[in-house]
Write a protein that binds this ligand. Structure first.
Ligand SMILES: [Zn+2]
Length: 479
């Protein structure tokens, strides 16, 4: 029996607004527990929520980037459930009338391009956080409500993903877009982007869907892939052994690489959704959408295409540079100062990214080698002042000290000798010291060219301009 994997993802993205979705409290991460709270986000009786306009603006940006239809009227609903970090006893979300529907994203996985439907995107508030003290024998938990009421967008895909790879390609693409738009920092470690996966299997060719299990809170792309792969195998084995998959919520244990049952999965009707009477229906007119459209940044796919078609970069370079929009920005700022995109790309990919990927490296924007430093370095190489090899040494020194390349070149004495008078003397010395070889080269043994150039390079401690040495040797010995 051949089985088909069916995956749909629900991605929760925490929005980068300064204040919460229904009150003026700060959304800053890492503040002292319960220091960013007020009657609204504490759920005190009588406190009334007021919608943060920025949240709607961010949702509209996402709509335009994911080809979603914007609902002219959408509504907030109460999702009722009890949890200690949810003081109101309900979460304000959207249910029947979400703000966005019917979008799509193009992904590439396993060498194939594919369009994945987005069912809906809605706005909601986050819950607080429970802290379980790791004190032996402790029988209590602590509640921090700083995160309560911070704005989230929940992006629900169609169950059109057919493998763990496709799922992770989709999640990466979505993250890339959210970060480009500046609406989410995409930081999965801090929980700013959380992925839930609905997974089922069915015999290949069958139309109806199998029973799904939901995997909660996958906080890295690697775990997402591992968890799906494990879960698919578990379900197939279960069915082939005569069992049935039950609808439930499961958790992935990265240490053991397995998923475990957490609780039986609720259905929407378990939440007793109803329209929130404290919030008016949200009305969005075309003028608002057009305003948001007018300052939409260039999106990753458009940028990749421009790097290939206008700047002439290979697809590999364009793809790599555009994966992080801070890196893309760095690249563009450097090209603005040194107009050789391929040379800049080589140095960004080969040297900058290598440094940035080291443990404890700063963010691109805080890199000690700025676009201005790199452009100045490339100017020196292009002008022949230093060799490309010396350039590597200069780059490393710039990274360590933040000094300008010109300063490092003179401090380290790395300038190439491009003065023919100075080099001529060195060439003459080498010829005088090797009369037999000189005679042989004059006589047509041209492979001795390399020998002479090497000798001169050695005599000048590698600082001679190799092209110039070549020319001088040729002039003198006719190689
Ligand atoms: Zn508040």
């Amino acid at each position: 029996m051949q089985w088909e994997t069916v995956v749909g993802l629900e991605v929760h993205a925490q929005l980068l607004t300064d204040t919460k979705i229904f009150c003026g409290c700060s959304t800053q991460f890492g503040a002292a527990p319960n220091s960013h709270v007020c009657p609204v986000c504490l759920g005190l009786p009588g406190a009334l929520p007021v919608l943060n306009e920025k949240v709607v603006e961010y949702a509209l940006k996402v709509a335009l980037a994911t080809h979603c239809r914007v609902a002219p009227v959408s509504r907030f609903a109460r999702k009722n459930y009890f949890y200690p970090d949810l003081p109101k006893g309900y979460q304000i979300s959207q249910f029947e009338l979400p703000i966005l529907e019917h979008g799509w994203l193009d992904i590439a996985a396993d060498g194939e391009e594919k369009r994945i439907g987005i069912t809906r995107i809605h706005m909601e508030e986050d819950a607080g956080k429970l802290i379980h003290p790791e004190v032996p024998g402790s029988n209590y938990s602590l509640v921090d409500l700083n995160r309560a009421c911070t704005p989230l967008l929940e992006v629900v895909s169609e169950p059109e993903l057919r493998s763990a790879r496709e799922a992770s390609a989709y999640a990466r693409k979505l993250r890339e877009i959210l970060v480009y738009l500046g609406v989410c920092d995409g930081n999965m470690n801090e929980g700013s982007l959380r992925v839930d996966a609905n997974i089922s299997v069915r015999p290949l060719g069958q139309v109806e869907l199998g029973t799904r299990a939901e995997l909660k809170n996958l906080n890295s792309f690697r775990f997402l892939e591992q968890a799906i792969a494990y879960e698919v195998e578990r379900q197939i084995e279960l069915i082939e052994d005569g069992g049935t998959v039950v609808q439930e919520t499961r958790l992935f244990d990265p240490a053991r690489g397995v998923t475990q049952s957490m609780r039986s999965k609720e259905e929407a009707h378990d939440y007793r959704y109803f329209p929130d009477p404290d919030l008016l229906p949200l009305v969005i007119d075309d003028a608002w959408v057009r305003r948001v459209q007018s300052d939409l940044p260039e999106l990753p796919d458009a940028k990749r295409a421009r790097y290939r078609d206008t700047l002439g970069l290979p697809a590999y370079d364009a793809d790599l540079l555009c994966q992080d929009h801070h890196v893309a920005l760095y690249f563009e700022q450097t090209v603005a100062l040194h107009d050789d995109p391929k040379a800049v790309s080589n140095w960004v990919m080969g040297h900058l990214l290598r440094e940035l990927n080291r443990e404890g490296a700063p963010a691109v924007a805080a890199a000690p080698v700025t676009p201005q430093h790199l452009a100045a370095l490339l100017d020196l190489i292009k002008a022949g002042t230093i060799s490309a090899n010396a350039g590597k040494e200069v780059f490393e020194a710039m990274w360590a000290t933040g000094k300008q390349p010109g300063v490092i070149v003179s401090e380290k004495g790395l300038a190439q000798i491009s003065d023919s008078a100075a080099l001529e003397a060195a060439v003459d010395q080498v010829i005088a010291a090797n009369p037999a070889e000189a005679e042989a080269l004059r006589g047509g043994k041209t492979k001795l060219m390399g020998f002479f150039v090497g000798q001169v390079m050695q005599a000048t401690r590698g600082q001679a301009n190799p092209q110039l040495v070549n020319r001088l040797v040729r002039e003198k010995l006719g190689g």
